[in-house]
Design a protein around this ligand. Structure first.
Ligand code: GTQ
Ligand code: FE2
Length: 369
């Protein structure tokens, strides 16, 4: 609603008022309220899918052409949601990316205030050193890099390595809280750690997974446990699956020391899909990463079909439903932030959504997998 709409025949005084406001860097709420106080969230990010079949050949070319050294830094392909006007964000509040390392490559050490999680898609012989602890990475493992902790990535093997990176960078940026530092040396990496996976053996005894999702806890301290193994995640889902006949099972990774989400800003979970799930929408954004299996999702009326390594943007308050015979999706969301601020909302819709646009053959199946 513009001033012109409100009053199509303004008096000279009224025209002068609007001119005076603009000249004084003031905006009258009555002309802008509909874009600000929307009845429901209006994310600029759109439902989207990045196919592995498109990303992986480009990642391989990047391995061939762009060395990972100071200057090249990390070899990361950021998901840039087409609704976000060129910003390198998967959805409004979340960074999502495909990171890859070639054989024998090391990505230089650094630290930053945004927190990160890595969910491994394929490869072996790689570790991320987090404040001196070398966290080994294998397919399906989740490795945390909490805010402010030094980290570097080492591929000691002969294979290429691919993983999903999730960061709260857009949230920290919105708070004008981004700080970044290169490792001061000596060398480009932290000293070679004497032992690997120390955080796993020293972690508090609490539970590492919560069926459905963790409760209203904001973690009071950085996570001590930095790695969650796929074998444990899978076992938890299998146990849950035997006790339930729901078409979608969910476990959220849990900080065993506090019972909270893995990072103060980020929730990580896995959906095991084994049927036609309900249409669900929640306030807050998410990125879903296919780890295993093939299936289809409808997000706000757009249908996408997917397979291993594909990544999906699920913007705030868009209804999402998944259909698969047997598939595991890693889910990254900003849920802890909404919970901490009393803004969390979730709704299960009564029936499946009508498919308005079918994207399953346009972007879901480009090239060979
Ligand atoms: O691996 O440290 O996707 O600093 C974005 C920023 C990964 C990393 C990203 C980062 C990293
Ligand atoms: Fe980093």
């Amino acid at each position: 609603m513009t001033a012109q709409d409100i009053d199509p025949h303004p008096t000279p005084d009224l025209t002068a008022l609007y001119a005076g406001l603009a000249a004084a860097d003031l905006q009258p709420l009555w002309t802008i309220t509909e874009d600000l106080l929307t009845p429901t969230p209006r994310p600029r990010a759109v439902p989207w899918l990045w196919p592995a079949a498109t990303m992986k050949p480009l990642a391989r070319e990047a391995i061939r052409l762009v060395p990972v050294e100071r200057g090249g830094e990390r070899r990361v392909l950021a998901l840039a949601n087409p609704g976000l006007g060129g910003r390198p964000y998967a959805v409004g509040t979340l960074w999502g990316a495909l990171q890859c390392l070639g054989p024998r490559e090391v990505a230089p050490a650094h630290r930053h205030t945004p927190g990160a999680v890595r969910f491994v898609l394929e490869g072996e012989g790689v570790w991320t050193t987090v404040d001196g602890d070398a966290c080994d990475m294998g397919p399906g493992d989740l490795v945390l890099t909490p805010s402010g902790q030094w980290h570097d990535h080492t591929n000691a093997g002969d294979a290429e390595m691919f993983w999903f990176d999730g960061l709260d960078l857009p949230i920290v940026e919105a708070l004008d809280g981004v700080f970044f530092e290169h490792w001061p040396g000596p060398g480009e990496s932290q000293p070679a750690p004497p032992a690997h996976n120390v955080s796993e053996s020293r972690a508090p005894a609490g539970r590492r997974y919560t069926p459905g999702g963790v409760t209203e806890v904001l973690s009071p301290r950085p996570a001590e446990l930095l790695t969650y193994r796929w074998a444990d995640t899978d076992a938890e889902l299998t146990r849950l699956g035997l006790a339930s006949d729901a078409p979608v099972l969910t476990v959220e990774y849990t900080d065993p020391g506090t019972g909270a989400s893995v990072l103060p800003t980020l929730s990580c979970a896995v959906h095991r899909v084994r049927g036609h799930g309900p249409a669900v929408r929640r306030a807050g954004n998410a990125v879903h990463v296919v780890f295993r299996g093939r299936g289809e999702s409808v997000i706000d009326g757009r249908r996408f079909s997917w397979g291993p390594g594909d990544m999906l943007a699920v913007p705030s308050w868009t209804a999402v439903e998944h259909v698969a015979e047997a598939a595991d999706l890693f889910v990254l969301s900003d849920e802890p932030v909404l919970r901490a601020l009393g803004l969390a909302r979730r709704e299960v819709l009564a029936r499946p959504q009508p498919v308005v646009e079918d994207f399953s053959h346009t972007i879901g199946r480009r090239g060979a997998r």
